[in-house]
Design a protein around this ligand. Structure first.
Ligand code: ADE
Ligand code: ZN
Length: 343
């Protein structure tokens, strides 16, 4: 166990499914609430932590959106972003594909320019000071209409060069991806790649729609794909990565305990699985904690942890030569740490 925790710490990794708003730690939430004079129903970090008990995705999202209310100024988005990068530098994260939910902020009167420029400032500093590269994913909120998503896309166009992909998140039940087909087509025509949350609480058919209609390059979560064996075949054949978030899935009661999580089955089936933290400030675990859960509860071995770290880069939107150099680096570190030869 000691050896494997060391290995997890030392291996470079990419995080591909992380919501910047979900990295708002209770300390920063309290500081920003005070600074910006925003009423929140908590007095202390402890009270906040006590409140973070969720029945399902919906009950989590209520607190997540409440948390976003304290983010008002460009500097708030910058502090939020750089705090996340500083935290994951300790986990040896070397590349991040960061999601943000601008509709949660523009609806409160925060200009889009403040949101994105604050985040970009954090990303640039992370690159220069912490040696962590990153790309940005703008997510549409699926509880809002497609017309609102189209408005958002128009707002984002002047920042086209700073946004790599468009995503889809928020409430999933009864809101199929097909409702967003038109705006995703527009986004692709404008040059964005696409990803979408699907098959977290929603059925396998939503994953199929995300692949077939929204033409996504990755599925966020995707754990319910197993309900449709043909879909599983298709995801394997097309090498579509699933960005899985084990601790999130337990906290949101998708599975009742880690030993029940289906990531072991998905991995063994040959799906292109990656490990991520989703909303670590709310779920109490960053990326390495997620890896440790697999080791402690699902019997993941050194060679599998190494493969998952390689997958994280291979599933990213980095260019092929950068991906290859990370794979080589992982092999070198694995060999030094464990005496393991490349697979
Ligand atoms: N927004 C932030 N976290 C999310 C999740 N796990 N599912 C859907 N939308 C989200
Ligand atoms: Zn998510």
């Amino acid at each position: 166990m000691t050896d494997l925790s060391n290995l997890v710490k030392k291996l470079p990794k990419a995080e591909l499914h992380i919501h910047i708003e979900g990295t708002l730690e209770p300390e920063l939430l309290l500081t920003l609430a005070k600074k910006n004079k925003i009423d929140i129903p908590y007095q202390s970090v402890n009270e906040i932590k006590q409140a973070y008990q969720f029945r399902n995705l919906e009950s989590f999202l209520a607190l997540y959106y409440q948390g976003t209310n304290v983010l008002l100024h460009q500097t708030d988005f910058y502090h939020l972003t750089i705090a996340y990068f500083e935290r994951v530098a300790q986990d040896h994260v070397r590349h991040v594909e960061l999601s943000f939910d601008p509709q949660a902020h523009v609806s409160r009167g925060v200009p889009f320019s403040c949101i994105i420029e604050g985040i970009l400032q954090g990303m640039e500093e992370a690159r220069d000071r912490l040696n962590i590269t990153s790309k940005l994913i703008l997510c549409f909120l699926r509880h809002l209409s497609e017309d609102r998503a189209i408005d958002m896309l128009k707002m984002a166009l002047p920042y086209r060069n700073y946004i790599t992909a468009i995503g889809l998140d928020s409430t999933e039940k009864d809101i199929p991806p097909k409702y967003f087909e038109r705006v995703f087509t527009q986004a692709r025509l404008a040059g964005f790649l696409t990803v979408a949350h699907a098959g977290e609480e929603g059925p396998a058919s939503y994953i199929r729609q995300a692949v077939e209609l929204l033409k996504v390059r990755r599925i966020d979560h995707g754990i319910r794909c197993t309900e449709d064996p043909d879909l599983v075949e298709k995801l394997i054949a097309l090498k579509i990565p699933l960005t899985i978030c084990p601790i999130s899935n337990i906290k949101l009661k998708i599975f009742s305990k880690m030993t029940d999580h289906n990531i072991r089955a998905l991995y063994d089936r040959g799906l292109f699985v990656t490990i991520n933290s989703d909303d670590p400030a709310y779920f109490g675990g960053y990326i390495n904690d997620n890896f440790m859960q697999l080791i402690e509860h699902l019997n993941f071995q050194a060679s599998e942890i190494i493969q998952l770290c390689k997958n994280s880069f291979m599933a990213s939107f980095l260019d092929p030569s950068t991906k290859e150099s990370y794979v080589k680096l992982i092999d070198q570190i694995a060999q030094t740490e464990m005496g393991l030869q490349p697979a």
